[in-house]
Ligand binder design. Structure first.
Ligand SMILES: [Cu+2]
Length: 355
């Protein structure tokens, strides 16, 4: 707080000094060469700065691409994820091309047509043809992008019942995730926060027979190549289910069910073997090894070595332990998935064990 106050006082002092220097300037009276009016020298300097600024922008852009591109997400692990990535790539590509050209024109013209004593600007009222061109090109481009985006969106969001998706509920609360599998009947039992009691942590209606074979887990297992319909429910506040590797995100809203479907098409094992992930995991483990040395020197336990897993994150700042909202996702073959699911307890069994 003290530091903050000191900064404010210093800033106010600087402003006072600047204002006083302006008053002194003005009190000198109107001279032949007033500092307020730009002369040819000033204009030349500003024009050069324009060119330098253009170079700064391009170098900064190239550096950012080079330096940060290692933080890109790996290949998409869902069918629609590739469509989303293509849409993103085309949008960024277009913006980049337009941006590079217009920045160059803007800065070059500012340099070329710098102010010179005696030069007068040309009076130019309008040009219908020019205005038509610079209106119609962005209109066509934007319309194309939006229509392409809409088609991609409807492909992703329109879930056909004919595809017989696996139904899984994702349940959010401060500060954890749970998954509920619909069981043999592939129908989720009725649920409401009012039913929450004891081991019935996600509030299933014990009188609804559909709920009996539901399975509640703290890990999300998905079979590769099968469409999964997620139904999201929140117990308390607004959360957001974010599946970065599958390019999917959906708000989780208390009092309503939101939904989203995707088909995972890369298993956890395949992703671990990908060149990108092998490199990334190696880098992370090198950093961990370095940090472990420091920890061990202080007599603390070393860090575990890292292994890649898909995860579900919360993407809404939903409270003080928001960062804890992470659930492991395992994409595996259908046999492995069925095996894992058969080992999970049914809701009816869990309820019996309570009594
Ligand atoms: Cu949250």
């Amino acid at each position: 707080m003290t530091v903050f106050l000191v900064i404010i006082v210093l800033a106010l002092l600087a402003v006072t000094g600047w204002q006083m220097s302006k008053i002194f300037q003005l009190s000198k009276g109107p001279g032949a060469e007033s500092a307020e009016i730009a002369n040819d020298n000033d204009n030349r300097q500003q024009a050069k700065l324009m060119l330098w600024f253009m170079i700064f922008l391009y170098v900064g852009m190239a550096y950012s691409f080079w330096h940060w591109s290692k933080l890109y997400l790996p290949q998409a692990a869902s069918e629609h994820g590739n469509e989303v990535d293509t849409l993103m790539f085309i949008s960024i590509g277009l913006i980049m091309v337009v941006q590079v050209i217009t920045q160059a024109l803007l800065h070059w013209f500012a340099y070329k047509y710098q102010g010179k004593k005696g030069n007068r600007a040309l009076f130019f009222a309008d040009n219908d043809k020019l205005e038509f061109i610079w209106t119609i090109i962005p209109v066509i481009t934007l319309a194309g992008l939006i229509i392409y985006g809409l088609f991609t969106w409807s492909d992703i969001m329109n879930i056909s019942e004919d595809d017989d998706p696996i139904v899984i509920e994702i349940y959010a609360k401060q500060f954890s995730w749970q998954a509920r599998y619909a069981g043999e009947d592939n129908t989720l039992g009725e649920a409401n926060v009012r039913f929450i009691e004891g081991v019935n942590t996600v509030g299933l209606n014990v009188n609804d027979t559909y709920a009996d074979d539901d399975k509640i887990t703290t890990e999300l297992h998905l079979p590769v190549g099968k469409q999964v319909l997620f139904k999201f429910r929140s117990q308390d506040v607004l959360h957001s289910a974010y599946f970065p590797h599958f390019r999917a995100q959906m708000n989780v809203v208390p009092g309503m069910v939101t939904q989203f479907a995707f088909t995972p098409d890369v298993t956890t094992a395949e992703m671990r073997d990908s060149e990108y992930m092998v490199d990334k995991v190696k880098t992370i483990n090198e950093i961990r090894k370095e940090n472990s040395k420091a920890l061990m020197a202080e007599g603390e336990a070393p860090l575990d070595s890292y292994e890649f897993d898909y995860f579900l994150l919360c993407n809404k700042i939903c409270g003080d332990a928001h960062y804890n909202m992470q659930m492991k996702i395992v994409v595996e073959s259908e046999e492995e998935y069925n095996q894992w699911l058969s080992e999970q307890d049914e809701f009816a069994t869990v309820m019996e064990s309570q009594e």
